[in-house]
Design a protein around this ligand. Structure first.
Ligand code: NDP
Ligand code: 2IT
Length: 445
């Protein structure tokens, strides 16, 4: 006979066909929750898991815009308001051609538990578009963001739903989105996070996801009597999360030797020169290939996958979902990887996670390891509501404490439920408990 978790997963797959990323995230999460639902039979009576995996609301809309040559384009827009049991919906917007409803739902489901793990009062949501920002002018980006917000603005609000950035949405896009929200709604409020410092943003938000990831890895090392000093690190991606993970890892004494973008990877055995990467990626918005033209001794290789063949102590996947499959995981293990910290959302396939865990790699799952970004978004919301600003040092100290707390909460939850060292289960359990308590207390809604 199927147990409760299996039954909910089967129903979910039948009701949501053609959504492989959503199925994958739900499978990882619900399998981790098995010991919790076994201990709480009242959850099944209240159909708690069935409600947990069904978004409270899904908004889908048309986003028409005109390019610089006068041609009209139409993209899809999404906002999935997944769960508001513990706070207003909170989560990023992704602009990338691979965005589908399945992708936004997997990200939204993960976000519920991630946001709970931060210990701050934020529910889970996610949104985005299949719009491709690559090669677009600033004016095209602005017109797209204005069109996107013209519809989105009726669904969000500082106490309802607070979007932020994700892949393809950074400071520039948040600025355009905020400007249009303010213009239509006539409110200067903290309705988006990741805002510029001149209009309500928080110090450290730009660095937060990457820094937070490395703070968690540092804590995992410290608990084993070790540190980042002298460690070789491979980071994938070369966007916001990858850049600031690299920066913090280098500050703490590690050597980061590789990065990639969607075309190929760079290998610099002397250690990545981050000022060169920032100039290429943040200022010029050019390809990572340019690094090897500028830095002596650095290599460029076409294609992404080869990055996982570089021997390292620590791997930090910081680009996108399913970038590490079973083969990549086996290669990393064979070459001696000891720690994997997920900066991206769901960067490891289910098979890759199994390979890492069986090999005894310390595996820090995304919803815990990359929670520093949204945690700092919640700190931005607190500063907006209080009409004040904290210093860089104050926000950074709070971020570090949150990451250390998340590490110990997931570690303790894994121990409490008899799966010590399994941080995938530990993070799911620790995040779920607060949401489950809130949902049970609020009745059948
Ligand atoms: P950016 O847009 O700043 O950077 C994304 C990076 O990943 C780029 O280098 C991009 O390369 C690469 N990338 C994206 N898609 C692919 C792909 N299909 N194949 C290969 N490379 C790809 O995004 P972020 O750094 O903000 O986000 C990276 C990851 O971190 C995402 O999974 C996101 O969900 C997650 N995350 C982000 C947070 C944040 O605060 N920003 C918070 C928590 C998690 P290219 O430029 O060639 O496309
Ligand atoms: O995946 C994520 O946690 C983010 N993209 C950040 C979300 C946020 O609201 O800061």
């Amino acid at each position: 006979m199927m147990d409760y978790v299996e039954r909910v997963l089967e129903e979910l797959k039948a009701k949501n066909p053609g959504e492989p990323e959503f199925h994958q995230a739900a499978t990882e999460i619900l399998n981790g929750l098995r010991p919790v639902v076994a201990r709480h039979p009242e959850y099944e009576k209240a159909a708690l898991l069935e409600r947990f995996v069904e978004p409270e609301r899904v908004v889908m809309f048309r986003v028409p815009w005109v390019d610089d040559a006068g041609k009209v384009h139409v993209n899809k827009g999404y906002r999935v308001q997944f769960n508001s049991a513990i706070g207003p919906y909170k989560g990023g917007l992704r602009f990338h051609p691979t965005v589908t409803l399945s992708v936004i739902k997997f990200l939204g489901l993960e976000q519920i538990l991630k946001n709970s793990l931060t210990g701050l009062p934020i529910g889970g949501g996610k949104g985005g578009s299949d719009f491709d920002p690559k090669g677009k002018s600033d004016n095209e980006i602005m017109r797209f963001c204005q069109s996107f917000m013209t519809e989105l603005c009726r669904h969000i609000g500082q106490d309802t739903d607070v979007p932020a950035g994700d892949i393809g949405v950074g400071g520039r896009e948040v600025g355009f989105l905020f400007g249009q929200y303010k213009r239509i709604r006539n409110e200067h409020v903290g309705v988006l996070t990741g805002r510029g410092l001149s209009y309500g943003g928080s110090l450290v938000r730009t660095e937060a996801t990457g820094y937070g990831l490395v703070y968690m890895v540092e804590e995992a090392l410290a608990c084993r009597g070790d540190s980042l000093v002298g460690k070789t690190v491979v980071v994938s991606g070369s966007g916001n999360v990858a850049i600031y993970a690299t920066e913090k890892a280098q500050q703490l004494g590690a050597k980061v030797v590789a990065l990639y973008d969607s075309n190929g990877y760079i290998y610099d055995k002397n250690g990545i020169q981050l000022d060169v990467v920032k100039q290429i990626k943040e200022v010029e918005r050019a390809r990572i290939k340019v690094y090897a033209e500028r830095v002596k001794g650095a290599e460029y290789h076409e294609g992404c996958k080869g990055i996982w063949s570089i021997p390292c102590d620590i791997a930090l996947p910081c680009a996108t979902q399913n970038e590490i499959d079973g083969d990549a995981a086996r290669l990393l293990v064979k070459n001696g990887v000891k720690y994997v910290g997920e900066g991206a959302n769901m960067p490891s396939t289910l098979e890759a996670i199994e390979v890492f865990q069986k090999a005894g790699v310390v595996f820090l799952p995304a919803k815990a390891a990359n929670a520093g970004g949204v945690a700092t978004s919640a700190l931005e919301m607190a500063q907006s509501s209080g009409r004040m600003f904290w210093t860089f040092e104050e926000v950074d100290a709070k971020l570090k404490q949150i990451m250390v707390n998340i590490y110990h909460n997931m570690d303790n939850a894994a121990k409490e439920y008899g799966v010590e060292g399994d941080y995938v289960a530990g993070a799911n359990i620790a995040g779920f408990k607060k949401v489950a308590d809130a949902m049970m207390a609020q009745g059948i809604v």
